[in-house]
Design a protein around this ligand. Structure first.
Ligand code: WTA
Length: 651
């Protein structure tokens, strides 16, 4: 059991413990473990405490209405999120505080104060209204990491139009599917974006997506790249952002949203080929992200907070936009790649803006490790006081490297476990109180009831099993857009009355949780969720392919890399040109994040007698292990041949 086993073994052997430093604890929002008890005594009162720190038009009648698996939080409450993220701060000393500090890849930058953000969001909300957008209309946002992405999200929230942000790295086909699923009325995009010095052709992708996405009436285009982008504006349909903003009125009354009104849809990969539109609502979501931003990151008034995620993922939604701004913080946003123009770009940014809190993914940390310490050493990182990790299991070596080389052994690391579906961080240290063990996400946040269970849903006190959640939390997804049945099936059917996360976890004798990765057909490639089925359908869509099976194989840098086993149609001969062509085809169908690392042609795939592809065996092959039990196979010779072939290729 090559690498995978090694990481799990490393975890089991990990014995180091780091207690919070006294000076950190003394100044932290949470200084004592008593918060856990207090929250478990009355979960509802606990969350209500945070809700009271926000501004409501009308107070809730009831904190929680729970009819498994459907929850309503802050029932009867009326609130507007853009008001809470902006207006609430402009009558205070925060008025001209930086809300967003933005650094563009080519080196341009912008500082947007709360007052600036207030103006921009109000005006853009009016632009949307003028184009006929009403409460409940869906808006798709397909933008690079530029401030307009946050402005657009907040403007949607202001008028009650749910946004559906599509990551700028997705292809035209993926964008089209997401537009069609949500039946969005407006698409907001840009002429392009910068990535490692070249132009990402967002508008061109959008044009292509719109062949066959009839619900879109208007396309609003932000000018980011200019001349170089060479785009065409389609008359009547395409409108420039800056022209629309010129005459837009300066104030737009925020919509009084019900706590349970939809805030956004965010598509994520599941165990089928079709992405799921995760639905988040207003009141509970805001309370959840507000509370976790404040406590997990120990966020203070003077902090500059940098979450390196893209706004196209949930981490960007909750911890670049909504969580930090609801707290009146300064949120940093960076447009480009970590190695452009050089491998010290992140550390240059930390130094330039005096970043205090830095939140990134293990994949990035492992890449920094590979590049070496010389890059962070070039910069003064002494402003950092807390580090975070998210998106995939972190290994002890990466944790230690981060702790020593970025945190200078003085910054606590919060390894935060959560999902698009959970909306907010659920398993995490509290930096002022939790003793850290490298590579453990430690304990559920106060008020969160997580458990590790066996096949039958029975709790495992010490040992490994399935990670489940046993009671609702405010920012939980409410449903899957347009598919309420799938919501129940997907999350609430595996174990009765429990939310199944799809993750494996181990609990140690101190009650600490160690995340072990997905146990379903979802891969985690460089912190991005990719479904095996989606990649398989993209492959099968190619005219030469008869059948495909895709697995995630352990990868030192990316966590998992994509391996595809492909059988070709009879008349087709395999060749290396075809490997490239298939890789390109998947990139075109889904996006570069889903591009397979290896494609192996095989005459047949290993199947059980009932015709089910044995992915477990494919994983054994790809990871160089001895083959597990092959007795259930219809034809065991296939898998042996395939193993030989794979080893030849590797050798
Ligand atoms: C994985 C990202 C281990 C997990 C916020 C989960 C993690 C999936 C961690 C959700 C962590 C996220 N340790 N694994 N700290 N955080 N994961 O929806 O498998 O993009 O189910 O949300 O990422 O990915 P998603």
């Amino acid at each position: 059991m090559a690498k995978e086993a090694k990481t799990i073994l490393d975890l089991l052997k990990e014995k180091r413990v780091f207690s919070p430093r006294k000076d950190f604890s003394e100044n932290a929002h949470v200084k004592s473990e008593s918060v856990y008890k207090k929250a478990s005594r009355s979960r509802e009162a606990f969350w209500e405490g945070f809700a009271k720190e926000l501004d409501w038009y009308k107070k809730w009648r009831k904190v929680l209405d729970w009819k498994t698996p459907h929850s309503k939080w802050f029932v009867g409450g009326k609130i507007n999120i853009s008001y809470n993220c902006i207006d609430r701060h402009i009558n205070t000393a925060r008025k001209n505080k930086a809300a967003i500090i933005w650094e563009g890849e080519p080196g341009d930058s912008r500082v947007i104060t709360y007052w600036d953000l207030y103006r921009e969001v109000n005006k853009f909300a009016n632009v949307l209204k003028k184009l006929g957008v009403k409460k409940g209309d869906r808006i798709t946002i397909y933008l690079p990491m530029i401030p307009e992405a946050a402005v657009a999200m907040l403007a949607c929230a202001r008028i009650g139009a749910p946004h559906s942000v599509v990551f700028g790295g997705f292809s035209a086909d993926s964008l089209r599917d997401r537009i069609n699923d949500s039946q969005a009325k407006i698409l907001i995009t840009s002429d392009g974006g910068f990535r490692r010095g070249s132009v990402v052709p967002l508008k061109k992708n959008a044009d292509e997506a719109l062949f066959g996405a009839a619900s879109i009436e208007k396309v609003i285009v932000v000018k980011r790249v200019g001349e170089k982008a060479q785009i065409e504006m389609k008359e009547k349909r395409d409108l420039w952002w800056h022209e629309l903003m010129e005459n837009a009125p300066q104030y737009c009354e925020p919509e009084k949203m019900d706590s349970e009104d939809m805030l956004y849809i965010l598509y994520t990969s599941g165990t089928t080929g079709k992405p799921k539109g995760i639905v988040h609502t207003t009141g509970g979501y805001l309370v959840g992200v507000y509370a976790t931003t404040k406590w997990v990151f120990d966020l203070k008034e003077e902090d500059t907070f940098w979450c390196t995620a893209d706004i196209g993922w949930v981490t960007g939604h909750s911890y670049i936009v909504y969580g930090p701004l609801a707290n009146g913080a300064t949120s940093l946003m960076y447009e480009g790649a970590p190695d452009y123009p050089d491998r010290d770009r992140f550390w240059e940014i930390v130094e330039k803006y005096g970043v205090n809190i830095f939140y990134t993914a293990p994949t990035a940390i492992r890449v920094f490790m590979k590049w070496g310490e010389e890059y962070p050493r070039k910069h003064d990182l002494s402003t950092l006081r807390l580090l975070g990790s998210v998106g995939e299991p972190i290994n002890p070596e990466a944790w230690m490297w981060y702790y020593v080389n970025i945190g200078n052994k003085k910054c606590p690391i919060v390894d935060t476990w959560w999902q698009t579906e959970t909306g907010m961080i659920l398993i995490t240290p509290l930096p002022g109180v939790t003793k850290l063990k490298p590579a453990s996400a430690t304990k559920p946040f106060p008020g969160i009831e997580a458990d590790v269970v066996d096949e039958n849903g029975k709790s495992i006190e010490v040992g490994a099993g399935y990670l489940v959640l046993k009671s609702p939390w405010p920012a939980m997804l409410r449903t899957i857009y347009g598919d309420p049945e799938r919501y129940v099936q997907q999350y609430w059917s595996r174990f009765p009355n429990m939310y199944f996360t799809g993750d494996g976890a181990k609990r140690d004798k101190d009650g600490y949780l160690w995340l072990l990765g997905r146990v379903d057909d979802v891969m985690n490639v460089a912190g991005h969720r990719v479904s095996t089925m989606e990649v398989e359908s993209a492959l099968v869509d190619h005219p030469s392919v008869a059948e495909a099976a895709v697995i995630g194989k352990t990868d030192e840098l990316k966590g998992q890399a994509i391996s595809a086993f492909v059988t070709l149609k009879e008349s087709i001969k395999s060749n290396s040109g075809l490997v490239d062509e298939l890789k390109k085809h998947v990139t075109k169908k889904i996006g570069a994040i889903a591009r397979p690392d290896d494609i192996i042609f095989t005459a047949e795939l290993p199947k059980t007698r009932s015709g089910k592809i044995m992915r477990r065996l494919l994983r054994d092959i790809a990871e160089g292990r001895a083959l597990g039990d092959t007795t259930t196979l219809a034809d065991p010779t296939i898998v042996r041949q395939l193993k030989d072939k794979y080893e030849d290729k590797e050798g």
